[in-house]
Design a protein around this ligand. Sequence first.
Ligand code: SF4
Length: 319
Amino acid sequence: MTKNLKILLASPRGFCAGVERAIEIVERALEIHGPPVYVRHEIVHNKHVVESLRAKGAVFVEEVSDVPDGAVTIFSAHGVAEKVEIEANDRGLPVIDATCPLVSKVHKEGQNHAQKGREVILIGHAGHPEVEGTQGRIPGGVHLVQTPEDVAHLRVKDPKALSYVTQTTLSVDETRDTINALKNRFPAIVGPDVKDICYATQNRQQAVRDLCTRVDLLLVVGAKNSSNSNRLREIGGEIGVPAYLIDDASMLDPKWLDGVATVGITAGASAPEELVQELIRRLGEFGDTQVEELKGVQENIVFKLPRELNDGTGPHAGA
Ligand code: SF4
């Protein structure tokens, strides 16, 4: 099959500041301490990132109990429950926390609500590591809801003393619907509108909306377990564009290109740009391609490294 394909790239796409920071934390820890360093859970949800760090000497474990005594231990960008931190401290493990500062901000918000005597509702996906971390950071526990329908089934102690926080990587629109359902049922509830949804998630979702008005097919580079990547694929579906979430170019099915003149590509916040470039090269095997990057929001957010790694010389110094 020989085709003329136009390829439109969403902007922004791919790595966010929290993912860049988390990867840099592991790399710096390896430089400073030497391998191995132990990382609890995938540092970010991308197997290519995980494999490349593993090749440099990172060891990925499920639980703190899998870390040998005295070994440098890194918590992933998704954050951890307090009990995980306590376990690591009790064992005297040297811990470096790669939790994204925007996730930590949600933890603090939830804790403040709880301190003021409000029950906390978390809008998020059950089982996601960020949700488990946030649930395990808020004294007294949280109610987890995912959809407006879940709100109807909530049973709370005092409807006048309620608050909510949200996972950082949800769909902006769905979250707004769920917040509205909460406000309708509990008019006194307090919370941040959709502001907990992080800048990177919001920007990538808006970019994909713009992209989908102009393409016949949407390809999202990202991992199946990446929350923000899944939301990007869903947006394509909502707009009526066939949309696929793929780990990398090897997953491209040539049948998807039947009748397609313009392909849109984006990437989740944990997907490296080299995977996008590989996909563009792969599409080039089907014929002539013309690549254009759409104009989007310029992102210039950088997060400081944890103090124990920031020697003042790195790109994040003073950020
Ligand atoms: S997606 Fe947002 S919250 Fe998650 S690591 Fe990136 S910047 Fe942080």
